[in-house]
Design a protein around this ligand. Structure first.
Ligand code: PRP
Ligand code: URA
Length: 214
């Protein structure tokens, strides 16, 4: 699949994002710095992913005169991290849109089959009226992202965007094929998956590096 020809796939080119992803990859980067970088990259990607946010006009009185000025209606947005690692990206988006509501989708990958298993899901209502931004730093086989979007659609979600920091071509193709209607934002497209379905070169296990577990 030639990703550059697919309008719904947005692969980041900004040097700040590239630089911060390189720091993330480094195995010497500790938990605190790793968490801060995930948050910063999420914020930078959101700058791109939210460029079509709807605006409403409100009257503002400046020291000079009254004027109609544009405002974002953040109450119409839902941020939905895929647990656990997606949680690391939430503050980065909330810094930009503090009034966005937060849903959660709990999925873990079976270490043998690499299939996603659901353990918790809660979405803010009315979900069908919201712009929904699904967050997960890693798009590996794509199983977790596809399941998360399936769940959101089954519950009425319509306008969905997916943001990840690192994607493997295998996972990006799966998500774009199974959900061709959603916009997908990717910090960096890596080479491939290894035999354990980890992304190469990747950054290891994102959840463990964010939360300091093993
Ligand atoms: C990781 C990651 C994604 C998933 C990606 O989560 O955060 O959710 O794997 O892999 P996939 O594209 O092959 O589905 P994991 O299952 O390790 O859970 P965790 O975030 O709780 O560590
Ligand atoms: N999940 C991760 O955290 N890292 C990978 O490389 C693949 C899945």
């Amino acid at each position: 699949m030639d990703f550059s020809k697919i309008e719904k796939i947005h692969i980041m080119e900004h040097p700040l994002i590239k630089h911060k992803i390189s720091l993330l990859r480094d195995e010497r980067t500790g938990t605190t710095e790793f968490r801060n970088l995930i948050e910063e990259i999420a914020m930078l990607e959101a700058f791109e992913a939210l460029r079509d946010l709807p605006l409403r006009e409100e009257l503002v009185k400046t020291p000079i005169e009254e004027t109609m000025a544009p405002f974002i209606d953040g109450k119409k947005m839902a941020i939905v991290p895929i647990l656990r690692a997606g949680l690391g990206m939430v503050n980065g988006i909330h810094a930009l849109v503090p009034s966005a509501k937060v849903g959660h989708i709990g999925l873990y990958r079976d270490p043998e089959t690499h299939e996603p298993h659901e353990y918790y899901c809660k979405l803010p209502s009315p979900i069908e009226q919201r712009l929904i931004v699904v967050l997960d730093p890693m798009l590996a086989t794509g199983g977790s992202a596809v399941e998360a979007v399936n769940f959101i659609k089954q519950h009425g979600g319509k306008q969905i965007k997916f943001m990840c920091i690192i994607a493997a071509p295998e996972g990006l193709e799966k998500l774009a094929t199974e959900h061709p209607d959603i916009d997908i934002y990717v910090g960096n497209l890596d080479r491939c998956l290894n035999e354990n379905a980890y992304i190469m070169p990747g950054l290891g296990d994102a959840g463990d590096r964010i939360f300091g577990t093993k």
